[in-house]
Design a protein around this ligand. Structure first.
Ligand SMILES: NC(=O)CC[C@H](N)C(=O)O
Length: 507
């Protein structure tokens, strides 16, 4: 395959549960194949996430697929994630189709018909990718054995069946129950689906593999299927994961780099864990700086010792505003602003720092007063702004991306990217600006000085190199701990024939 002799091979990476590690395994396989000279693309028919990215063509896709494209060393496109569901509540999501929003939909309405119509579209996207790439590594969602959803499935066995792709099921052994999960996941599928389940991949293993080996032998005896690898537990690999419907990251600390701080003080960043937080990955670039400690908070008291408070993006600007007020965070932010202590609002977080919001689109709440910390008026439009702007701030080049319905009219302050700054309160619609190394350092110097901290940013943190290192680590995991010859055979020739059927099958 490495010579590009054969087109259109592939594999579906499914999971026994959400969070089993499908996204990172898919990325690892992409990086390993790319290193072998294989022209490879990632694919996820349908993703549910509030962490999204804008392609060069201006299409919105899940961040996980953009990260996997980088692992594959190819430019991300809408084909790689044709359906993106962005939850707006527990029951409804914005449906983004081929990179553009097409409407809000209830879960019932979606599974009750719409999803079936989408199978044709997503298989068509996969076929287009297969026509261009030697291999397409597909990621499933949740578990392929969600028996209530199988009939309308377009992301697990639905897509594997349409493409006749072999399936490898990833299980998280750290939670226990991995053998039963592998067995049960297989045994609850129809005979036709089971014929594509090639085998298993154990993820997040700690300890001595020889202790696991008898279990894998028994699993082979029970299922007639091989375990393609045992990947060890690794810290710090949570790059651009999906967030599913997780409501809050309250109390979570973003994993920081191991390098010691350069200056005498650390810098504490508190990120308000607003409802429907979008692209909280924006703060990963801060956590990548030695000496910057990033944590998610939801109490006013937690802002007291923070040197910088970030109000991140949200799919519910008006909802987030009400939440900040209810929890006393709004008052704490106003006090900070008055004291000249730094606050950074990004996208939805920027919008709510303004004076006024007119929203007949997202919340349909009409006219809502903002926190009034920035001279900005926001009006929500039906048309979504999707862009990849470049510009400069604090004398440094900045690039970012924009995903929002709200349009901001900036009425004063010092210009800052597309937004403005008043005193120590900064606001912009741009996501990803902190990934620009020079700007991030300059911004952190401003924060340190406003907070009177003897914090010094490291002179050489390169966010893109750190990201590359992580992707390389994922490639190493696959190369060193999976049976890559067997995986390559699967990708090239499909599931082995004669795989046994495990009763009872699909109900
Ligand atoms: N990404 C965001 O934070 C979006 C902000 C807001 N919900 C809008 O659509 O305008």
């Amino acid at each position: 395959m490495s010579g590009g002799a054969k087109r259109g091979g592939g594999l579906l990476v499914a999971g026994t549960t959400s969070d089993a590690g499908k996204s990172v395994v898919t990325a690892g396989i992409c990086r390993w194949l790319a290193r072998q000279g294989v022209k490879v693309a990632p694919f996820k028919a349908q993703n549910m996430s509030l962490n999204s990215f804008v392609t060069r063509e201006g299409a919105e896709i899940g961040r996980a697929q953009a990260m996997q494209a980088q692992a594959a060393r190819v430019e991300p496109t809408a084909l790689m994630n044709p359906v993106l569901l962005k939850p707006g509540s527990d029951r409804s999501s914005q449906v983004v189709l081929l990179g553009k929003p097409v409407g809000e939909m209830s879960a019932r309405g979606y599974h009750g018909g719409r999803q079936e119509q989408l199978l044709g579209i997503v298989t068509d996207c996969l076929e287009q990718l297969r026509g261009t790439y030697d291999a397409v590594i597909c990621e499933g969602a949740g578990s392929p054995a969600e028996i209530n959803l199988r009939r309308t499935d377009i992301v697990n066995m639905g897509i594997a069946r349409a493409a006749r792709f072999p399936v490898v099921v990833v299980g998280d052994i750290d939670r226990g129950g991995v053998f039963a999960s592998f067995f049960g996941t297989t045994a609850l599928l129809s005979p036709e689906d089971q014929s594509l389940i090639a085998g298993y991949l154990v993820n997040k293993f700690r300890g001595d593999v020889t202790l696991l080996e008898p279990g894998m032998e028994m699993l082979r005896g029970l299922t007639g299927r091989a375990t393609y690898g045992v990947l060890p537990f690794q810290h710090g690999l949570g790059i651009d994961e999906e967030d599913g419907l997780r409501v809050s990251l309250r109390g979570a600390v973003r994993e920081s780099v191991v390098a010691p701080p350069v200056g005498e003080d650390v810098l504490r960043v508190a990120v308000c864990a607003v409802p429907l937080m979008s692209n909280f990955t924006d703060v990963d670039a801060l956590a990548a700086e030695p000496g910057v400690v990033v944590r998610f908070v939801d109490r006013a008291e937690e802002l007291a010792d923070a040197d910088l408070v970030v109000v991140p993006g949200t799919r519910g600007t008006v909802k987030a505003l009400a939440w900040l007020r209810e929890r006393g965070l709004a008052d704490a932010l106003a006090r900070r602003a008055a004291e000249g202590r730094p606050v950074l609002g990004i996208c939805g977080g920027f919008q709510l720092l303004g004076e006024h919001i007119e929203d007949e689109v997202e919340s349909k709440a009409g006219s809502v007063p903002g926190l009034g910390l920035l001279p900005v008026r926001v009006r929500f439009e039906r048309e979504k702004t999707l862009a990849r702007p470049v510009g400069s701030a604090l004398g440094e080049e900045v690039s970012g991306y924009e995903i929002h319905h709200g349009v901001a009219e900036v009425l004063g302050g010092t210009p800052f990217l597309d937004g403005c700054r008043v005193g120590a309160v900064w606001g912009t619609h741009w996501h990803g600006s902190l990934e620009s190394d020079g700007f991030r350092r300059a911004f952190l110097r401003e924060v340190a000085s406003a907070a009177s901290r003897r914090f010094v940013p490291a002179p050489d943190t390169s966010f893109s190199s750190l990201r590359e290192e992580q992707l390389d680590l994922l490639g190493d995991l696959i190369e060193e701990h999976a049976d890559t010859d067997a995986l390559l055979r699967l990708i090239e020739t499909g599931a082995p024939s004669g795989l046994p059927f495990l009763p009872p099958g699909a109900p």
